[in-house]
Ligand binder design. Structure first.
Ligand code: AMP
Length: 318
């Protein structure tokens, strides 16, 4: 994850919750992608350190366990950059330009004519991030799937050229890869439509009251349409068992949006009660968090160094 600061429900549903499940099935590595942050946030580098700690506090509070899988900071493991350099020789510029995710970013950020070399090439850095741990699988949302494909191509190209060093990792697609924000667009910090995992019950309620619902349902008894209603989308995720009933009650004009919002705000707040308690602990024990990261750094570094040694041996360099 990039160090964007406190995590929101979209980050939880689209990534973190999945990682927590996978940590028991796989040997995992979790890292803060601070170099990747530079592709779009060159002018906010002074926030990166603090924001990295905030993200790690959220991971810990949500139940990601550093004893099961190391947490580390990308820029602390310089080998990622070294492998990125070697990999950058194995990919053509047109291949990078064809990447649909980067194309979409170029369009959204109006960068078509002045995208940086680093931004265009960030999938190569991702390939290095993945392959330096010889990963067999990468849990990602749909938007990142093309980058796992480039990673597989790079692994294949390297292995054909120099001998078998890297696996070709599989994509583990996340089920909920797009949670809507309060306004119905994708939940995203830059759009200001988020509920943070760390928000208080009161804040969650206040925000939930602003959520987009069916504009044609004005009175409680008006029949509503839950498709496209943000509150119903959250309901399906956070209280799936009774979502069929809620769907019917909304359509039948038996429940009003205000009551539904209040109920759901309470449900969401309850689900994150344990999270808030743990977060309060880590906020006042930041040294502990720094120690966890330092331990993760050193575990990751050992694996990364061993891979680089395999790489140079295969290349018959050094
Ligand atoms: P980012 O901060 O954009 O790097 O996101 C970190 C992780 O959260 C990535 O795996 C994203 O795919 C995921 N994510 C971000 N926003 C959402 C959202 N609204 N719905 C689902 N997943 C999301």
């Amino acid at each position: 994850m990039r160090p964007t600061g406190k995590l929101h429900l979209g980050n939880y549903v689209g990534a973190l919750e999945n990682w927590i499940q996978l940590q028991d099935e796989y040997e995992s590595f979790h890292f803060i992608a601070d170099w990747h942050m530079l592709t779009t946030d060159l002018d906010h580098t002074s926030d990166i350190s603090d924001n990295s700690i905030e993200v790690v506090i959220d991971w810990l509070s949500a139940g990601l366990d550093p004893k099961k899988s190391p947490f580390f900071i990308q820029s602390h493991i310089k080998e990622h950059a070294e492998l990125h350099l070697l990999f950058s020789m194995l990919v053509t510029v047109p291949r990078l330009q064809r990447n649909p995710t980067v194309k979409e970013q170029a369009r959204d950020l109006h960068l078509e004519q002045n995208m940086s070399y680093g931004h265009l090439g960030y999938p190569i850095l991702q390939a290095a991030d993945i392959l330096i741990y010889k990963a067999d699988a990468v849990p990602v949302g749909e938007d990142q799937a093309p980058h796992v494909e480039i990673t597989r191509e790079i692994a294949r190209r390297f292995n054909n050229q120099y001998g078998p060093v890297f696996p070709e990792p599989e994509t583990l697609l996340t089920q909920f890869s797009r949670l809507p924000g309060l306004d119905g667009r994708k939940m995203s910090k830059s759009l200001g439509n988020t509920i943070f995992l760390s928000d208080s019950p009161d804040k969650i309620k206040k925000k939930m009251m602003t959520a987009y619902t069916d504009p044609k349902k004005i009175r409680l008894t008006d029949p509503g349409n839950p498709d496209g209603c943000v509150v119903f989308a959250y309901h399906q995720k956070f209280s799936p068992r009774d979502s069929k009933q809620i769907n019917a009650d909304c359509r039948g004009g038996k429940i009003g949006c205000v009551d539904h919002k209040k109920d759901l705000a309470r449900l969401v707040a309850e689900q994150f009660a344990g999270f808030r308690e743990k977060r309060a602990y880590y906020e006042s024990h930041r040294k502990e968090v720094e120690t966890i990261i330092a331990a993760g750094d050193s575990q990751a570094k050992k694996v990364a160094q061993a891979t680089m040694s395999d790489v140079y041996k295969a290349m018959q360099m050094g």
